[in-house]
Write a protein that binds this ligand. Structure first.
Ligand code: PEP
Ligand code: MG
Length: 884
């Protein structure tokens, strides 16, 4: 086995296609070497070694040592330097690189190879002892922290002490002698805290760092990140060892990170930040404020164009932007690039597909297609359907009053309000209690990931557009304002102060991550714009997809929203949801609790006009689009009154004694309401309920036709059918009512009657049911509940341990269990079609809005998916991607 893969000097053993073994970083470094770009030489230890490492009790393949030696030898030859050499010491960086980018998750060690001897060599070679000792102390600090588990603040305290002693305000004011002293102190700290000496042997250092990278694959924060992002631990990480280049050897040196397009808006401009005379970590850590790369970016933001790289280092800037163009053209995708300039010479250290906001993803995809770099279909495939969510959510109402209390960088768009919290734990706890929170931090680190995930939005006091907070928030699609320097945050008091306003924990603020604003209190928001690039991409998606997309809508508002988002019909109107308001629920309760037919008819008479009115509205809004109306399916526990005063109200409305109602509630109480008197069972027991609903639907058809000139064609849907006979009985009643209404009105009524397939038996006996049903809609919520025997209402409590134990890959109520529940859907579709080839097939559980489930529906050949209004665009895009 080849465990090590070298690159450098215009060639490489690997290519970009080898991400699985070389990791993203290693594969792209190989690719860039092959492209002839200026990449410092190095080698990558493959992900297979990581797998081996964990399979063999944290040990390496026996051949690995020799392979690493050989690769190191190549680096020495290419750089004309020696690893451990006192004259011309070769220093290396050691980084992790998984096949999928995990920003900030894994550890990096720079300047490796320095020791008491080689530091002198570096001082001589660079002619700068200060630089050499600064590199050495940084190395001890990083290595001590990452490899030897010495707390990083021990080093920071020592540094601060020394600065105080020397009267230095900045690190840069410490001279070589002071830094030499600091190195001694650092080594003493290591000896004390790690109970062993800082290793002087470069090889020992190297293997220590390699081991730390592999070890960090199973660190708590890496595991959390993988869990949140559904990344498998199987793939492992690679380790890339690369010759160091220095951006901190003087004023002709620099380091920076760049995007080939604006990752926040998608605008085509060279976007990035750099620092003169600095090392890479200085840019990301947000300690010094970086300057803009291009003049255009400086002008658009709030930095000084005269300090931009375009002005300060024009020659290198030109070289760099040529590299950007070459990389974007080669990868046909926006790139995120790290570079260093050492004494005027440019080096590219990393390139990868740039993370971006949903808005930027959309614009970049549409622009790249317009530039003919990619096709329209490819553009459709470039946007993550779930990320559209970010674009569909509100922005600040421009007319609303706002009290701005701080300004920062617009790191990740979206306007949100929430209660302030100051640490990840509080964010998680409050969010779990159902509160919207905004996480306010001086800066964030990978330890804050779970809190960032729980928060609605994130604010930091320090850090630029590429700081940890900004990158992670964009990835998560959370609103984020970073670098709000005016904030003075006290973690101890749990307050922040800005512009004279003090905000305590638990007080509400609003942030606008698209504008970089922090505001006091709650500021109203408005709905998003769905034109421009969004409309263009959706048009391309619509051309591509076969599946139709309908919506689950119970109210006129739902229906209007869904149409705005492109819904092609209503796939599920849950009629019981139309009764969730005060006086309506009273009538509904009266009906459910009625003692006899007479009592029920009385209550039903109250309900009929409400239902009819609702249906007329829905029909009018939906126009010629199909509308599926489901007969009542009220799991009793959702509708029975619980409080005494509620029972009294029902008694009063029904004109009976309170104690009668109480007795009836006790009678109706079920041990397993989800398996109880619900769905079509209600209509079987109390035919007058189905009859009233059918009448409301058909009278609404007649009324709508008279109003707008064309008659809607309703699809009447029977829920929770297990036996064909249930469906037949109810259908016969619906047909009878239709005949009655036609006779009364003298109008012809067109309609269809179909059923939900949400019990395993219905899926298995679909052929019998299809004899009479014109359509099936798979109720995947119940079908999941009933197939897995997993309560929809209670499963939340133990899903997480189940996922952690690897029993469920994902929540089966969110993304369909394809091999189990999915097979039932497949069987139901096949058996239904066998009897009735033109049977209409859809899905209307939560899964109808889940991209992976939608891909499955495409595979099974359903006719449509139906999902909640806000998911409609996601479903349109996912349905299109299912065709690619
Ligand atoms: C279903 O079970 O999937 C369904 C859509 O019905 P409900 O969620 O109302 O039970
Ligand atoms: Mg159901």
């Amino acid at each position: 086995t080849k465990w090590v893969s070298s690159f450098g000097d215009g060639k490489a053993e690997g290519t970009a296609s080898m991400k699985a073994t070389l990791g993203g970083k290693g594969a792209n470094l190989a690719e860039m070497s092959n492209l002839g770009l200026p990449v410092p030489p190095g080698f990558t230890i493959t992900t297979d070694v990581c797998t081996y490492f964990y399979a063999h009790d944290n040990s390496y393949p026996p051949e690995l040592t020799a392979m690493v030696e050989e690769a190191l030898g190549k680096m020495e030859a290419q750089t004309s330097m020696g690893f451990g050499s006192a004259e011309k010491p070769l220093l290396v960086s050691v980084r992790s690189g998984a096949p999928i980018s995990m920003p900030g998750m894994m550890d990096t060690v720079l300047n490796l190879g320095l020791n008491d001897e080689t530091v002198e060599g570096l001082a001589r070679a660079s002619g700068d002892p200060r630089f050499a000792y600064d590199s050495y102390r940084r190395f001890i600090q990083m290595y001590g922290d990452v490899v030897m588990e010495v707390k990083h603040y021990s080093f920071e305290e020592a540094l601060e002490d020394l600065k105080r002693e020397k009267g230095a305000r900045f690190d840069t004011e410490l001279d070589a002698e002071a830094l030499k002293e600091l190195v001694k102190t650092y080594k003493a700290i290591v000896r004390q805290e790690a109970s062993r000496d800082f290793p002087q042997d470069p090889k020992e250092q190297l293997w220590g760092a390699i081991g730390a990278v592999f070890g960090s694959w199973m660190s708590a924060r890496a595991i959390t990140y993988r869990r949140i992002n559904s990344i498998s631990a199987e793939m492992g990480t690679a380790v890339t060892v690369q010759a160091m280049v220095f951006g901190n050897m003087g004023d002709d040196c620099a380091t920076g990170v760049a995007f080939t397009r604006n990752p926040s808006t998608g605008e085509k401009l060279y976007y990035g930040e750099y620092l003169i005379n600095a090392q890479g970590e200085d840019v990301v850590a947000g300690i010094r404020t970086p300057q803009a790369l291009s003049k255009a970016m400086a002008e658009a933001g709030e930095s000084d164009p005269a300090e931009s790289m375009e002005v300060k280092l024009p020659g290198t800037y030109k070289e760099l932007t040529d590299v950007f163009d070459k990389l974007e053209a080669h990868y046909r995708e926006m790139q995120d690039i790290e570079f260093t300039v050492q004494q005027g010479k440019l080096y590219v250290l990393q390139t990868r597909t740039g993370k971006r906001t949903a808005a930027a993803a959309l614009k970049i995809a549409v622009d790249l297609a317009a530039e003919k770099v990619i096709t329209q279909d490819e553009a459709v495939g470039r946007v993550e359907p779930a990320s559209l969510d970010q674009l569909l959510h509100p922005t600040l109402d421009p007319k609303a009053e706002r009290k701005i209390i701080a300004k920062g960088l617009p790191a990740s768009p979206g306007a949100v309000s929430g209660k302030v919290v100051f640490n990840a734990e509080d964010a998680e706890a409050k969010a779990a209690a159902g509160e919207a929170v905004i996480l306010v931090r001086i800066e964030t680190s990978p330890d804050d990931i779970h809190g960032m995930h729980a928060a609605k939005g994130i604010v930091t006091q320090r850090g630029g557009m590429t700081s940890h907070a900004a990158v992670v928030a964009r990835g998560m699609g959370k609103a984020c304002v970073c670098g709000a320097g005016e904030l003075s945050i006290s973690y101890r008091d749990k307050t922040f102060t800005s512009q004279g306003v003090t905000v305590k924990e638990g007080e509400e603020i609003t942030i606008d991550g698209g504008a970089g604003l922090v505001m006091a209190g709650r500021v109203p928001t408005v709905d998003p714009q769905l034109s421009g690039d969004f409309a263009t991409l959706m048009e391309w998606a619509d051309k591509l997809r076969r599946l139709k997309v309908r919506t689950n809508a119970d109210t006129p508002t739902d229906a209007r929203t869904a149409i705005k988002f492109g819904a092609e019909g209503i796939g599920l109107c849950r009629t019981e949801h139309m009764f969730f308001q005060d006086e309506r629920i009273l009538a509904m309760r009266e009906m459910i609790l009625a003692q006899d037919v007479e009592g029920r008819r009385k209550a039903l008479a109250k309900i009929l006009p409400m239902q009819k009115g609702d249906f007329v509205q829905l029909f009018e809004i939906m126009g010629p689009r199909p509308v599926t109306i489901r007969l009542l399916d009220p799991p009793l526990h959702e509708f029975l009154p619980h409080e005494p005063h509620e029972m009294d109200e029902v008694a009063k409305a029904a004109g009976v004694e309170p104690k009668t109602v109480r007795r009836r509630v006790a009678e109706l109480k079920e041990a397993n309401p989800m398996l109880g008197l619900r769905g079509c069972r209600l209509g079987i027991l109390y035919p007058e309920i189905s009859e009233m609903q059918a009448r409301a639907i058909f009278e609404a058809v007649v009324e709508t036709a008279a109003k707008v000139g064309t008659a809607p064609i309703p699809e009447v849907m029977v829920p929770l059918v297990a036996m064909a006979k249930e469906f037949e009985l109810i259908k016969a009643r619906i047909d009878a009512v239709a005949r009655e209404v036609m006779a009364e009105s003298g109008k012809q009524i067109e309609y269809q009657v179909g059923t939900m397939i949400e019990l395993p038996r219905a899926a298995l006996r679909a052929d019998e049911i299809a004899l009479e049903a014109s359509f099936f809609s798979f109720g995947s919520n119940d079908l999941t509940q009933m197939t897995l025997g997993l309560s929809r209402d209670d499963a939340g409590k133990f899903l997480e341990p189940y996922q952690k134990a690897g029993i469920f890959e994902h929540d089966p109520f969110q993304s369909i269990d394809q091999s189990g529940v999915g097979e039932l859907i497949q069987i139901g579709a096949e058996r239904g079609r066998k009897v009735r080839p033109d049977i209409k097939l859809g899905i209307c559980g939560e899964h109808g809005g889940d991209p992976a489930s939608i891909a499955f529906c495409e595979k099974v050949g359903l006719d449509y998916v139906s999902c909640s209004p806000y998911r409609v665009p996601i479903a349109r895009l996912a349905a299109a991607q299912a065709m690619l």
